[in-house]
Design a protein around this ligand. Structure first.
Ligand SMILES: [Zn+2]
Length: 463
């Protein structure tokens, strides 16, 4: 009896396997950059099967499965899909930002744009509606074909202070309200808790008081979740680090970081999660310097491009109240990033893309370039954006090319360790072992007709 049951069980599981499993795929003859931080390895190969990596190693040790699909990647570079640990989604059509735009369709369109840029996972920082939880649940149920997404739902802002997007954040006025607001987000199933401590260059009357930030951090930790803080001022960063905040979502941008903050961050294991250098850099321009670069403008509509080039927009940005301050802010952010890295503070990579004028996917490539400008080696920058970022967002199955990990992969034509800008030479992108459209092969859904023909004769699906 027992034997019969076992035989039937074995038969059933074999039948299930033969239905579920596609043929394994072998990628071979490439240079491996595996996301762990170790040096690149030429003449590598890997096998993935049913969305996961089953083997990786020297090409000479490859045992070719009999039914495998083999992809020869001679001359190419394979790394884990990039992770952007600071984004926003569902807020913007072209350059217009409106909370009423937030929809499943728009969020998924943007997650496909991220994937097309080789960014196969993102962490969204506190500006989501509850629509996000359904999208995430579906992503985690089936093998997704867009960027995987981690969310903090609605971030917590002190009433009347700076933070996030009105209507999508959670204003609190007291420590008790803050604890309750954390509980509400936890009940929805958030991946972490976001809070803002800022007053927008003093334009707003207050910043979140320390008793409230302490309540939020403690309550998040009670639920075993991370608390990630938007900061601007050195003074607030010190307080938050001493209160046990898990990470900073931006650099300190008012003053040079000092020994006291660095010591506090090291004592409490505070992570410099994102420096958001591309965000700060974008504010210094009246016209972004890459509008004619197809790697950028393929992902936006002709209407948005025309607006970005318009003299009206340039005049408006130049007349902005804080425009003259932004170069100084960027300079401090670059220097503080370097100081923290030299001091041994752990760091990830995030762009803060998603709000109007800060473009999904493209900005992470710019961020990597700026992280290198701040003092990282290309290998350090890429390790931060893959293996380290996966750990920081709590994604155990992502970020490195190792057996058991998801087959989320970025294949490049040129060596990103020789020049970090080579992350833009995207050959192909895989999410869960499935090839997804790259930025060279797609345009945004709404602009598909228009965008064909405006890319110097490059047709859809071609490089
Ligand atoms: Zn942000």
């Amino acid at each position: 009896m027992q034997l019969a049951v076992r035989v039937i069980a074995a038969f059933v599981s074999l039948a299930a396997l033969s239905v579920a499993q596609a043929a394994p795929t072998v990628l071979t003859n490439f240079t491996l950059i595996d996301g762990t931080g170790r040096a690149s390895v030429p003449a590598s190969a890997l096998i993935f099967d049913d969305g996961r990596i089953s083997w990786v190693g020297p090409r000479s040790n490859l045992k070719l499965p009999s039914d495998a699909t083999v992809v020869d990647l001679s001359g190419k570079f394979v790394l884990p899909g990039l992770i952007d640990n600071h984004v926003h989604v569902g807020l913007v059509h072209d350059l217009t930002q409106d909370v009423n735009f937030y929809s499943r369709e728009l969020v998924e369109q943007q997650l496909r744009i991220y994937a097309a840029y080789g960014v196969t996972a993102v962490q969204v920082l506190g500006t989501d509606t509850d629509v996000i939880f359904g999208i995430r649940a579906d992503q985690r149920k089936v093998q997704t074909n867009m960027a995987r997404m981690y969310t903090s739902g609605q971030g917590l802002v002190f009433k009347g202070s700076y933070g996030g997007v009105a209507g999508l954040n959670k204003p609190v006025a007291t420590a008790a309200e803050a604890r309750q607001a954390v509980d509400e987000q936890v009940a929805k199933g958030v991946d972490f808790i976001k809070l803002w401590v800022d007053d927008e260059f003093g334009d707003l009357p207050s910043r979140m008081p320390p008793d409230i930030s302490q309540a939020i951090i403690d309550q998040a930790h009670k639920h075993r979740l991370r608390a990630i803080a938007h900061i601007f001022y050195l003074e607030n960063a010190k307080t938050l680090a001493s209160q046990g905040v898990d990470g900073f979502a931006h650099s300190v941008r008012d003053l040079p970081v000092d020994r006291a903050l660095l010591d506090e961050m090291k004592r409490h294991h505070t992570v410099q999660m994102a420096a958001t250098l591309s965000r700060e850099a974008s504010f210094t321009y009246t016209q972004l310097p890459f509008l004619d670069d197809p790697f950028f403008n393929r992902s936006i509509t002709p209407a948005a491009l025309a607006t970005l080039k318009s003299p009206e927009r340039q005049q408006k940005l130049a007349a902005g109240k804080h425009f003259s301050q932004y170069p100084g802010v960027l300079d401090i952010a670059l220097k503080n990033t370097r100081r923290e890295i030299e001091a041994g503070v752990p760091y990830g990579v995030g762009s803060d893309s998603g709000p109007s004028g800060r473009f999904s996917g493209h900005f992470l490539h710019w961020e990597l370039q700026l992280m290198v400008q701040a003092g990282l080696s290309p290998l350090q920058a890429l390790t931060a954006a893959t293996g380290t970022n996966a750990k920081l967002i709590g994604a155990k199955d992502l970020g490195t090319i190792e057996p058991g990990k998801n087959a989320d992969l970025l294949v490049l034509d040129a060596d990103p360790l020789a020049d970090i800008r080579n992350t833009r030479t995207i050959h192909s992108v895989y999410v869960a072992g499935k090839s997804v459209p790259t930025i060279w092969s797609i345009c945004t859904g709404r602009a598909a007709n228009e965008c064909k023909g405006r890319t110097n004769g490059v047709e859809h699906g071609e490089r």
